[in-house]
Structure formats: C-alpha cells, structure tokens
Design a protein around this ligand. Sequence first.
Ligand SMILES: [Zn+2]
Length: 73
Amino acid sequence: MPRLVKYGYRCEDCQRAVWPATTRTELQWLRDRQHIAREVERHSSAGLDTWMREGLEFFDHHAGHDVSIARHP
Ligand SMILES: [Zn+2]
C-alpha cells in the first residue's frame, strides 16, 4: 500500500509547519480565499471543517509571512 502524500502549510520566516488533513488542492484554495472562509465562519453556526480552522489559525499566527504549500517529508 502506498502511503498517502500529505501536504501542509509552511512558514518560511518561522520554519514552522502544519499538516491539516486535506488535499493539496484544498490547501491552495484556502490560502487564496481566506477571506471567504472567514466570512463563512462568521455566518455559519456549524462552523468550518477542522482542517480549515487549523489553516486559518496558522495564517493568523503568520500574518504577513511567506507561507507556502509544503509536502510532508
Ligand atoms: Zn511565520
């Protein structure tokens, strides 16, 4: 069985990374559309998926930093 390749966000400034349980495509989507996800969160009682919350939290901590999509080593 091949291992699933995991992707995440890495901050190049802090050398920190998170690996939310989702695909590379979704990670890219969220990175480019953080404002949409935050709007949805404000207006939805159910809230966001866990991986989205993890991602947004990471962006909060690394606002203005150089965050890239990384492949899990
Ligand atoms: Zn950072």
